[in-house]
Design a protein. Structure first.
Length: 165
């Protein structure tokens, strides 16, 4: 069970943290560090695979990249990576290809307010993809579910933070 795996590997850290959303928190869910262990990454990819409805998956840099790649290997599905900004290389925001109208399920490590997921979804939508679902390892239960729903995205979580803490 993902909850037990996260607790056993030390992914739940206590202290003072600033989250991507800018919010302050007394705890941090460190999926990035945990996913560097092949056994944990494999477990996560199997869990993601069981929840995917689309033919293509996608994830935003940085945290979702190993999760997306591992899940693509698990499922044989194509994937795209969404960059946060056009800063280097080809300056493309999307790495990978899809056709207009194709459905993409977004993968994410931890969701707080849903802002990063919505940004990734909007980037894909602007490029012609259909994004209706986002799947995360942990939902911090701080508004993402509702905000994403308002924007036409169903949030599916493997575990909610209330089930961990």
């Amino acid at each position: 069970m993902i909850r037990n795996t996260l607790l056993e590997c030390g992914a739940i850290k206590m202290g003072d943290f600033t989250l991507t959303s800018g919010k302050k928190s007394k705890y941090y869910v460190d999926i990035k560090e945990s996913a560097t262990d092949p056994a944990i990454l494999s477990e996560l990819s199997k869990e993601f695979a069981s929840r995917i409805n689309s033919g293509i998956i996608g994830g935003m840099e940085l945290g979702a990249v190993p999760l997306t790649v591992a899940t693509a290997l698990e499922t044989g599905k194509r994937y795209v990576i969404i960059r946060k900004e056009r800063s280097h290389g080809t300056k493309k925001l999307i790495i990978g290809t899809f056709k207009t109208g194709e459905i993409i399920d977004l993968l994410e490590d931890v969701v707080t307010t849903g802002g990063s997921v919505l940004k990734a979804a909007q980037t894909l939508r602007d490029a012609g993809a259909v994004v209706k679902r986002a799947i995360c390892v942990v939902d911090r239960e701080e508004g993402a579910l509702e905000m994403l729903k308002e924007n036409g995205i169903e949030l599916v979580s493997m575990v909610k933070v209330s089930e961990i803490l």
